[in-house]
Design a protein around this ligand. Sequence first.
Ligand code: NAG
Ligand code: NAG
Ligand code: NAG
Ligand code: NAG
Ligand code: NAG
Length: 475
Amino acid sequence: MRPWACPLAAILFLGGAAQLIATYKPHTASDFALRSLKSDDEDVGATNTGALDSAGQSTPMGTDIERPFNYTTLDCSRYEPTFIQIARDLQYSRKLGISLNSTLYMSARFGSVHMRGLTVGFFGGTAYLLTPTDFRNLSHHAPLHLAYMRMMLHLESSFGAALPDVAFVLTTSDTPRYVSPLLVNSTSPLSELRSYEPGFVPGPYPVCGIGKSDFFPDFLLVPNFHFHMKLYDQTFLAAIPEFNKMSWRDRKPVLFGRFSRYRTNRVSEDIFTYKAGPEGRRICYKGNRTCPFRDFFINKIVPKDPARMDVSFIGRVSMLRHSHYKYLAHLDGQGISSRLEQLLSLGSLVFKEASGYYAYYYRSLLQHRVSLVEFWRDEEVDGPEDVLRELDWAEANDEEAARVAAEGQRIAATYLTGNGRTCYWYRLMHGLRSVLSYTPLLSQWPEAQPLRLVVEQQLLATPGGKEVYDAPWAP
Ligand SMILES: *[C@@H]1O[C@H](CO)[C@@H](O)[C@H](O)[C@H]1NC(C)=O
Ligand SMILES: *[C@@H]1O[C@H](CO)[C@@H](O)[C@H](O)[C@H]1NC(C)=O
Ligand SMILES: *[C@@H]1O[C@H](CO)[C@@H](O)[C@H](O)[C@H]1NC(C)=O
Ligand SMILES: *[C@@H]1O[C@H](CO)[C@@H](O)[C@H](O)[C@H]1NC(C)=O
Ligand SMILES: *[C@@H]1O[C@H](CO)[C@@H](O)[C@H](O)[C@H]1NC(C)=O
């Protein structure tokens, strides 16, 4: 283990995060990927008590947060179990406070087209784009940004003046692109910001995105843009009765999966996302920044038992056809992959690659052999080959496996709904407001424009913008 990791781990421990990061050993970090959060976390995004925050400002009472008409209409209290991740993501910001300077610094550096980010906020209940964007330069990220802009507008229309004033950076990159240097020891030369240019402002920073590892403790997880673009509730949740027409008994006892050939990206020093093959065999290259986990599993592990595993890169197969198999493989993409929430809806048993990367709901809702099966849990013993042992277990305990599969589907249907995700955003905004060490004002953002104007006018006036604008979207 590298010497720098000790200060990081030590700092992580300060926050009472011991139940998730119970060991310094990198190879076991993934064991903790899916453990449920304990309720002894600080109550940040959950119900704020109206105490003074780190800046001494009073923050809204929990009952005020829950008062808006749509909080009840959307049944937000039902999603309470997911809000615990908000508390976790904010725990370092809560201790240290997020400053205006760190927000401006992050916005200038990462909240722009170049880093797949956009700087947005709410003021007086209206959604704003706080610094200009450039839809053309965003290329394939433009539709992803639009999906999030529409989500901000949906929050605006759902909660209006009940939204707190906040400013933050929202990114659509698969993995976080910065390391909060204050938290990982700003004097360490190993942090991703290799040198500290004049004007450097330490974190914590208000940055939101779809996935992270514990190497990015202040990163704020938000629901994936794919939920909106793939019309998740309609395409997957509403189709559950259709998926369930294929009974458990009739599903083939084979581990099935079809994947695009993505390689996983990681920060070299991130102990939480490092993984190896059997007996610690090295898989990653380019200074451990690129890891072809999918290739390794498909080319080296699947051939060991092709009768029980049909996982490959070849051929697209509809989700309905996936439901013809009892066991469905999930492998990380460049980072987390939105395929997981799709697979969970099918009623088959999901076999998820253990990973240091997680999305907003993994740790609060998913558990090994409760709602899915995790494999590739310990690379020093047999690495990904433990998938064979998990298959043995599933075959020997068919009723239990069926229960776990049904629980995964229930979790998706209960918590991963559009309403649940809207409520999550709303609670995150209040949690974020409660950790700001300054008073956010629209005047701090001279280039701000109402987001509605940006979407309805600027995007449409951009060459190619109409096509992006017309893409389907749902909350
Ligand atoms: C914020 O940054 C500016 C210059 O970038 C600096 O002059 C000012 O002192 C900083 N404010 C705080 C509170 O650190
Ligand atoms: C955006 O695109 C224009 C024209 O293609 C180019 O000149 C400019 O440098 C790009 N800006 C960024 C930030 O990539
Ligand atoms: C509730 O949300 C819907 C959908 O966004 C919106 O149209 C409606 O105006 C909201 N109601 C209130 C009272 O805010
Ligand atoms: C930070 O890292 C530097 C260089 O690796 C080390 O000398 C220093 O002791 C570390 N600081 C803390 C607080 O751990
Ligand atoms: C990659 O990570 C492994 C395991 O931590 C380490 O032994 C190896 O030296 C690393 N390689 C590089 C180039 O950093």
